[in-house]
Design a protein around this ligand. Structure first.
Ligand SMILES: [Zn+2]
Ligand SMILES: [Zn+2]
Length: 117
């Protein structure tokens, strides 16, 4: 069996790099719910980027925060960005959330006026 695609591991390696650094730097505790982690369930502890830019990985770890899967999900629920899935999460991508429609209420208003008129 030939596998021509051998260059797919590069980015993953870099992502694991900052995770390892963050885990060495910080105690294995979720920054939100204070849940403690050890070797067994450490895979549930993820590295969150405070500025949501996963390319911003300063050596002092100032952009990193250790969050459990649930709190990490919660943290990103406030933003509807796609970066969550680019952060090295092993979770399968969920169906894209419908974005908030700013003009929805306006359209309703116009429709209502039309009906009245
Ligand atoms: Zn948590
Ligand atoms: Zn994050």
């Amino acid at each position: 069996m030939n596998n021509p695609k051998t260059s797919s591991g590069t980015q993953r390696r870099r992502e694991e790099g900052y995770r390892e650094k963050a885990l060495k730097m910080y105690p294995w505790v979720c920054g939100r719910c204070a849940r403690e982690f050890s070797g067994k369930n450490l895979s549930q502890l993820t590295v969150h980027h405070r500025d949501h830019n996963h390319d911003n990985n300063p050596e002092d770890g100032s952009n990193w925060e250790l969050l459990c899967l649930y709190c990490h999900d919660n943290e990103h629920a406030r933003y509807t960005d796609q970066q969550y899935f680019a952060e090295g999460s092993t979770a399968s991508p969920l169906a894209p959330k419908t974005t908030y429609k700013a003009f929805g209420s306006l359209a309703d208003l116009l429709k209502g006026k039309d009906d009245i008129g």
